[in-house]
Design a protein around this ligand. Structure first.
Ligand code: FES
Length: 180
């Protein structure tokens, strides 16, 4: 954390704004902690923040999982897989099972291997080019096991799979994102 930023003062400020009960104030505090910690929230900082606010670390972790811009050291990346029907018809369920088996993770959790949080979402409005996923918020089309392995290992995708969203014809669940 930087010299001119003071953790106790930040906690006092956001407490006065309603944290931890006011989620917006809590998220702003977590963003500051993350920024001052170099871009991810270390486990120690998470514990320190929970203790200062008088709440559980698991509560803070649950809030962090809802906000793509917040990342813990344990899960510096975020994988979202489309669970919509049209991606389902393109074998997204098999891809989900590969992810869950290979990285020991369930939707809503953090992977035991690979360092990412994982969530199955509603339609990503990219049905014509599914299965769709988002890696750190970036849409990837026609995803398969190889794509996921490359993303987790930090490699460039062998073929560009990021495309402009293709609009779907039918009604689907809402896109995932912050502030929902
Ligand atoms: S169902 Fe997956 S992008 Fe629409």
């Amino acid at each position: 954390m930087t010299m001119d930023w003071n953790f106790d003062e930040a906690v006092a400020h956001y407490r006065s704004q309603g944290a931890p009960h006011d989620q917006q104030a809590l998220v702003e505090l977590l963003r500051e902690v993350q920024r001052e910690s170099g871009g991810v929230i270390p486990a120690g900082a998470l514990a320190q923040t929970a203790a200062a606010l008088g709440c559980r670390e698991s509560f803070l972790a649950a809030v962090i999982r809802r906000y793509p811009s917040l990342r813990t050291q344990q899960a510096p990346h975020r994988l979202e897989l489309c669970g919509g029907q049209r991606c389902g018809a393109r074998h997204a369920a098999q891809l989900a099972s590969f992810i869950e088996r290979t990285y020991a993770v369930k939707s809503g959790g953090v992977s035991a291997r690979g360092g990412f949080s994982y969530r199955v979402t509603g339609c990503m409005k990219n049905c014509g080019a599914g299965p769709s996923l988002r890696w750190d918020g970036e849409l990837v089309s026609r995803a398969d096991e190889r794509t996921v392995r490359q993303l987790v290992e930090g490699k460039q995708l062998s073929q560009p799979k990021t495309e402009r969203p293709v609009q779907c014809g039918g009604a689907h669940q809402s896109e995932s994102g912050e502030n929902s």
